[in-house]
Each structure stands twice: as structure tokens, then as C-alpha cells.
Design a binder for this molecule. Structure first.
Ligand SMILES: [Zn+2]
Length: 536
């Protein structure tokens, strides 16, 4: 062994020299800067395509698990641009991965694609005006996220090919995010097994990112189905056992128990089945709960309390209960080194150049809907840190948390919506197929592309991201989803409602071969909507 050591060293040295020679010139800070400028120009060149994608997905407006047209449309664009698409991943028909590249790091890029039930809205209208009454709509802006990631990925791919940078990209859509229903399954299926880092994008009114415990709740979504026995409610009520009684009992018990739960928890429910008609004792009834809290252990504890109360309600009413987990979301935790890199890029990109028409539309929307007034921001949002973040947290959840506890991840918020609108409401859909959404999405794509290039060309940044993930984040908590091996994605969700509504919705699909924009197809004047004149 001892004798052979110098030879081993020589071989190692030669190997190192060869591998260095075979690689393209190691990216210096200066060359990364130049490549970022190329990527920004490539994204800018795709502005028209971004508008088409944002408008197209807005017009599809498909709710969770029914993103059939959306998924087909987005994955086909990636295929046409040289990505290898695998459809139906993690047992979810509308989920896919689109990969490209070889060697180097594997960077994942994702964003949500689903709409919301009942918030159909005419874009470019400051008044609540559904395109189709009762139909789903993009009342949050999930129509813009994947178009942003696709524009960024195409730009990065072009720059990497030109400069012979090794590395791989994997794009993935957030299916059924509004149901918090897929990302834990993505993780469980091993989708992120070889991923080095992940950038997630979410529509926002500001442009920024953050790190640390993000103040978002973890949560479990679970439906309890009670089974009793039907009977004539008047003639033979003693023969019946009411499943609806059990649901009401459960809700009452939960609301009493609420007083003695941690102040940090948030929980809410809807009765999804309350029986058929009063003279039939309900044999089946269901209630759907969201249990939320800031930590893995407290989410699990709420869930266990809910299960106990459901069992007690069944016992008290002589019924039985089965539960089905419909979704799960881990608390969110952003990666500090990645967030700092992204923040510098966001600052370099800056806010979109908002026009007078954009600002006029914003104030028309705020005025018509009695929202707090305030223009589109003119400067980017400061980096959100555990020190400067609002102490109480934000209440809401995002199942990107599950990815965040699997690989180093950040969320970049990009400025594609109107300040002070109500999310999950028509007001949050009004701007989502207008120049505000188009410009904000392009700005976001530039920052994403630049951050991907940082990760691809700086082994130091990637190492720091991984060490923060391992040595800081994982020291605070351990990833502990409540999913059991038998839980399966609720892919049947929204099937019925879409079967009913899709024929009417199809008439409103955007046809970019005939119209320059969706607003044009709908015959909407953006400037007039903002109270301005149409004349230039
Ligand atoms: Zn969302």
C-alpha cells in the first residue's frame, strides 16, 4: 500500500487535470454575470409567449386534479423546447416532470397550476363579473406560475447550451395546491430524490423572497364520513341512526374543544354531505376539516384530537366513522443562502415598468370593490427574514413545505397581481390576464433564470445551501407528514363538477391563433376598464 501511494496520487492528479480540461472554463463571477445578462435578454425575448401562456392557462381555469388541458398544454411546450416529459408522475394524472440537461447539479423549478371553485371572473373587469356563473376561476393567479418557470427554463437552457455549462433542470407543476393535496405525495414518490435545490414561484403583489421558518402553517386536510341507518324520520325514527347527528356532534365538540387548543392553531370545516331530505334519517354524512398549526408535532396533535372527537361522535350517535386524508402541507422553511442569492437577482431585475393604464386599472379595481387603495409597487420587497417577519404568522399554508423539508428550497414571489385584493375571490382574478400579470411574470422569470445560473455555476453556493438545510433547518424539526402508506392522492376530487361545467367553459378557451390577447378575444378594453380613454 505504502509503495503505491505516490502512484495513486499521480493518477489522481492526472485525473483531476483531465477532468478540469474536459469541463468548460469554470464560471467566474464575471462570466456568470455575462450569462445572467444573456438569460435576462432571452426571457425578455419571450414576453409575447409569456402573455400567451398566462392568458391560455387563465382561460382553462381548471380546479385541483382536473388540470387536464393546462397540464397537456404546458408539458407540450416543454417537449417542443427539448425537455423530456414524464406524465402522470406520483400516481397523479395531471402531474408531470420535464427534464433536460446532463451532469452538474439538478435544479427543480415548480409552481402551482390549479384554479378555485366558484370564482370565475372576467379579466380586465374591475367589477365582479363571472365569465360563467358558478364555474372555477383563477382567483389567486396560479395561471402565471408555470409560464414564468417555463420562460426561465428555456432562457437558462439556451445560455447553458451556448456556454457549455453542465447541469440539469426539472420542471414540475403544483397540482391541486388549493387542496394542499399533492406535494407530500410527490416527495413520497421520490420525485426529488436526485434534486440538489428547488426554486418555487408564487404569484404575489410584491417581488421578493425569504428564508427561515416562514410563518406559514402546516396542515392536514381530512374528511370524516359517518355511516348510520336510514329510517322514516316520523314513523319509525327509533330504527334510524343519523350520520348527520354525528357530524353536528363532531362540529359542536370541536368548537368547545377549540377553547383549550393552542392559540396558534387554525381549524375550519365544511359539511360535504348533510343527508338528502328531512323525512329520511341521514344514513351517510360527511364533514371536511382543515387542521393547521406552525409545527409538525402540533399539526399531528390536532389531527389526533380530531380523530378522537370523530370517534366519540360516532359512539354517541350509534354510527361509525371512516376518515380519508385529502391533503397535507408541511410548514414552510426557506433556504437562506439561496434566498440571499435570489434577493440580489430580484434587486438587479427590479420592478416592471408599470404604465398609466396599469395603475388606473388597479385603482378602478380597488375603488369598485372597496379595497384599501394603493398603487402597484415601484420597488422590490426587502428580503424576508425571521427577524423582520410579522410575528403572528400568516395563517395560510402551502404544500411547497413538503419539498422544503426534502431539498433546499425557496419561494420567489413575483409581482403579477394587484395590491390589497382578496385572494380566493374574484378580485384576485381581475388582473391575471392583463398586462399587470404579463409584466410581473416576465420579471419573475428573469430573477428565477439568474438564480438558476447562480446554482449551476457556483458549487460554493450549492454547498452552502445544502449545509444550511442540513445543519440549520433540519436541526429545528424533522419532516413528519401524517400520510400513511395507504393514503392515496384524492385524484377524483372536482371530477363531477368539471364534467358538468367543462362544456360551457370550453367556449371561453383562449385562441391565440386568432387573438393577440385574451382581453382582445373577450372584447375588453383595458384602458377603458381603468376609466381611461381608448385613444393613444
Ligand atoms: Zn397559491
Amino acid at each position: 500500500m505504502k509503495k503505491r501511494e505516490p502512484l495513486g496520487r499521480t493518477i489522481a492528479l492526472i485525473a483531476a487535470l483531465i477532468s478540469t480540461a474536459a469541463l468548460p472554463a469554470v464560471a467566474t463571477a464575471a462570466s456568470t454575470k455575462a450569462m445572467k445578462a444573456e438569460a435576462v435578454a432571452q426571457v425578455a425575448a419571450q414576453a409575447k409567449q409569456v402573455q400567451v401562456m398566462v392568458d391560455q392557462v387563465f382561460s382553462y381555469a381548471e380546479p385541483g386534479f382536473q388540470e387536464i388541458r393546462t397540464s397537456e398544454y404546458l408539458s407540450r411546450i416543454l417537449e417542443e423546447n427539448g425537455f423530456t416529459v414524464t406524465r402522470g408522475v406520483a400516481g397523479i394524472p395531471t402531474a408531470f416532470t420535464a427534464t433536460w440537461g446532463s451532469g452538474g447539479p439538478l435544479i427543480a423549478l415548480g409552481s402551482d397550476i390549479d384554479g378555485l371553485l366558484g370564482v370565475s371572473q372576467t379579466p380586465g373587469s374591475p367589477d365582479v363579473k363571472p365569465l360563467i356563473a358558478g364555474a372555477p376561476g383563477h382567483g389567486e393567479g396560479h395561471n402565471s406560475g408555470m409560464p414564468m418557470m417555463i420562460a426561465a427554463a428555456i432562457a437558462v437552457k439556451q445560455v447553458m447550451e451556448k456556454n457549455k455549462i453542465p447541469g440539469r433542470l426539472m420542471l414540475w407543476p403544483g397540482v391541486a395546491e388549493e387542496l394542499l393535496a399533492t406535494k407530500a405525495y410527490y416527495v413520497r414518490s421520490g420525485m426529488f430524490k436526485d434534486v440538489d435545490a428547488c426554486i418555487f414561484g408564487h404569484v404575489n403583489t410584491g417581488f421578493g423572497t425569504g428564508y427561515g421558518e416562514m410563518g406559514m402553517n402546516g396542515m392536514v386536510s381530512v374528511e370524516y364520513e359517518f355511516s348510520g341507518k336510514t329510517a322514516h324520520s316520523a314513523a319509525m325514527p327509533w330504527e334510524g341512526r343519523s350520520a348527520l347527528d354525528a357530524v353536528e356532534f363532531m362540529d359542536t365538540a370541536w368548537n368547545f374543544r377549540r377553547e383549550h387548543l393552542p392559540l396558534s392553531q387554525r381549524s375550519h370545516d365544511v359539511i360535504t354531505n348533510g343527508g338528502g331530505q328531512p323525512n329520511v334519517v341521514p344514513g351517510k354524512a360527511s364533514v371536511w376539516y382543515y387542521f393547521r398549526d406552525r409545527e409538525f408535532s402540533s399539526v399531528r396533535s390536532l389531527y389526533e384530537t380530531g380523530n378522537e372527537i370523530a370517534d366519540a361522535a360516532a359512539q354517541a350517535t350509534g354510527t361509525s366513522v371512516k376518515r380519508r386524508v385529502l391533503g397535507y402541507a408541511a410548514p414552510n422553511f426557506g433556504n437562506k443562502p439561496m434566498a440571499e442569492a435570489a434577493d440580489a437577482n430580484i434587486r438587479a431585475v427590479g420592478m416592471p415598468a408599470w404604465s398609466t393604464a396599469d395603475q388606473a386599472f388597479v385603482s378602478a379595481v380597488q375603488k369598485a370593490n372597496h379595497l384599501k387603495a394603493g398603487p402597484l409597487a415601484s420597488s422590490v420587497t426587502p428580503l424576508s427574514t425571521p427577524e423582520n417577519r410579522m410575528a403572528g404568522g400568516f395563517g395560510a399554508s402551502d404544500d411547497i413545505g413538503d419539498v422544503m423539508w426534502t431539498v433546499p428550497t425557496i419561494t420567489i414571489g413575483y409581482p403579477a397581481n394587484i395590491p390589497n385584493v382578496i385572494f380566493h375571490h374574484a378580485t384576485a382574478a381581475m388582473a391575471m390576464a392583463t398586462p399587470i400579470a404579463h409584466k410581473g411574470t416576465v420579471a419573475g422569470a428573469k430573477a428565477v433564470a439568474m438564480t438558476v445560473l447562480d446554482l449551476m455555476t457556483s458549487p460554493k453556493l450549492l454547498a452552502e445551501a445544502k449545509s444550511y438545510f442540513r445543519d440549520v433547518q433540519l436541526k429545528t424539526q424533522t419532516y413528519d407528514p401524517v400520510l400513511t402508506p395507504t393514503d392515496q392522492p384524492a385524484i377524483d376530487r372536482n371530477e363531477k363538477v368539471m364534467k358538468e361545467l367543462r362544456p360551457a367553459m370550453e367556449k371561453f378557451y383562449y385562441d391565440p391563433s386568432r387573438y393577440g390577447s385574451y382581453l382582445e378575444q373577450l372584447g375588453i378594453s383595458y384602458t377603458a376598464a381603468g376609466g381611461g380613454s381608448d385613444g393613444k
